[in-house]
Ligand binder design. Structure first.
Ligand code: FAD
Length: 491
């Protein structure tokens, strides 16, 4: 049997690619190394808790008024999911100034609040909102192979290749206001002095219009909807099938760890190119490698999943998100994030936005500490467990201290994921959670435009390391966008 397409990896990107291909009547096989689909976006059980591994903020899904691209795509796939739009509900602490504040409501509320403190800023922020809409539309056009018109999309062209921080400064937006707009930089995975203005505006548009959305059910329920639909349309998926070799001939041969071989006309990898070049394809692909090696591997991190035996109200955890930064200036803050124990982290309390997040009178708290360097690389294997437990202990203590709450005595379950865990589960390079860092010229626009130049004959890439970078919306969209290009090419 020769498949039209073999997809390696059943993460969000791979499943979306598979679904689009079977909808278009292709013979598709997905090979997944784990016993469950979903990759980084999954759910695991521990005791009476079911923890979602990721996806605590879903962007670009939208609502009735502003339907996001993710929602449109899932409608196309006829996948129905239950979601809830959540207004801002964050508490933020800045260590350097000892300032703490809440962010509540909508982006409009933030604009009004900033306008009260900084005269003239309202007009500038409104202009930014307008620009974000235009830029987002421009990016969407490029993604469907349309060129945004130069007259209609002047800002898109004006700001192409500009850096986010530089433009905000040029617009004379006060530093304190820029810092408040930077709060989401950890969600994007790049500080504003490295991020392109286009990527920042594209994100802002989603945040402002499509809002932040959460799933009402568990991640795995959503994943199984994708899998079931894919299988119902004739797609095959084999679990426990780790690919260890790709023989890239006219008809490609994919070999799995258990010694089986599968043949396909085309391969799609839901994986980082660096891993595929190094570990799966034995040839060298010099030109593609040159481009790829210039990229920066995205952030990795430690995630602590806590099941607490009290309600969030009793614990005093009334916000959905908790951030601690050394400073709100993202470019400066990132410099403090390159050792095992540092002071920047995010906490999520899903119960605040979803009453079914965990059993009655219990709470889930997820703490995430991010690193922009491979900080685990010099650690010895025999020290791993101690290091991991120390990081968790330190992080929980910091959280207790920062927001004056008691957590440790109510811990019923704890699970700690390190970059090693993430690398072991998904083969992501250095355990990266974010694919490649969006940085300088390696921004979405360049990735979309240069996508075809970077292609190896017969092998394509989807997911976090592909066109749009990481994120639930981006990875699902990449699966759709890349397969559409392939289907068109073959017409
Ligand atoms: C802790 C954390 C929190 C996050 N929070 C959010 C959030 O709030 N909002 C958001 O939008 N995004 C979030 N993300 C990002 C989002 O979850 C990811 O970008 C997305 O799930 C990645 O999907 P992917 O398609 O790139 O594939 P991956 O999830 O990386 O999946 C790749 C798949 O390939 C399989 N595989 C690997 N090697 C092989 C092989 N050799 N053979 C066969 N199969 C193989 C793996 O097992 C895996 O199933 C978060 C990520 C993490 C880690």
């Amino acid at each position: 049997m020769i498949y039209d397409y073999i997809i390696i990896g059943a993460g969000l990107g791979g499943l979306s690619a598979g679904l689009n291909l079977v909808i278009n009547k292709k013979k598709v096989l997905i090979l997944e190394k784990n016993s469950l689909p979903g990759g980084l976006f999954s759910t695991f059980k521990k005791g009476r808790f079911e923890f979602d591994t990721s996806g605590y903020d879903i962007y670009n899904y939208g609502n009735l008024e502003h339907v996001g691209e993710l929602q449109k795509l899932l409608n196309k796939y006829e996948i129905d999911i239950d979601t809830k739009v959540i207004p801002f509900n964050s508490r933020i602490k800045e260590l350097s100034t000892k300032k703490e504040f809440e962010l509540k409501g909508e982006f409009e509320d933030l604009i009004l609040e900033l306008g009260d403190s900084y005269p003239g800023v309202i007009e500038k922020l409104k202009e930014l909102v307008k620009i974000s809409k235009e830029i987002h539309e421009g990016v969407e056009k490029l993604l469907i192979d349309e060129i945004p018109g130069e007259e209609e999309y002047t800002n898109f062209y004006k700001y192409l290749d500009k850096n986010a921080l530089d433009v905000l400064k040029e617009m004379k937006i006060p530093k304190e206001v820029i810092n408040k707009l930077s709060i989401w930089w950890l969600d994007i995975g790049s500080p504003l002095n490295k991020l392109s203005f286009i990527d920042f505006m594209d994100f802002l548009e989603k945040l402002i219009f499509k809002k932040d959305v959460v799933l009402c059910n568990k991640n795995l329920d959503f994943i199984m909807k994708l899998v079931n639909k894919y299988q119902a349309l004739g797609g095959k998926i084999y679990y426990n099938s780790e690919v260890i070799n790709i023989i890239n001939e006219d008809i490609k041969i994919v070999e799995t760890k258990d010694g089986l071989q599968y043949k396909g006309k085309y391969i799609i990898c839901d994986l980082a190119k660096r891993y595929v070049f190094k570990d799966l394809i034995k040839d060298e692909y010099k030109d593609v490698n040159k481009l790829e090696n210039a990229r920066t591997i995205g952030a990795n991190g430690v995630v602590i999943y806590l099941g607490l035996n009290k309600s969030y109200e009793e614990l005093g955890l009334n916000n959905y998100k908790y951030y601690q930064f050394v400073t709100l200036d993202s470019g400066t803050n990132i410099k403090y994030m390159n050792n095992l124990n540092h002071n920047t982290w995010i906490g999520y309390v899903p119960n605040v936005v979803n009453e079914n997040a965990s059993p009655k009178n219990t709470t889930i708290l997820v703490l995430k500490q991010i690193y922009f360097d491979d900080v685990f690389k010099n650690q010895q294997a025999q020290d791993y467990e101690t290091i991991r437990n120390d990081i968790a202990d330190n992080l929980i203590s910091q959280f207790e201290e920062a927001f004056m709450v008691d957590i440790k005595e109510y811990i019923e379950e704890i699970s700690i994921a390190t970059p090693f865990t993430i690398e072991r589960i998904t083969n992501s390079v250095n355990g990266s959670m974010y694919g490649y860092m969006k940085k300088g010229y390696d921004n979405s626009i360049h990735r979309i435009i240069s996508y075809d130049d970077e292609e190896i004959a017969g092998i394509s890439f989807v997911g976090a390391s592909s066109l749009l970078g990481s994120g639930v919306d981006n990875t699902i969209y990449s699966g759709y966008s890349v397969t559409n290009r392939l289907l068109k090419e073959k017409e």
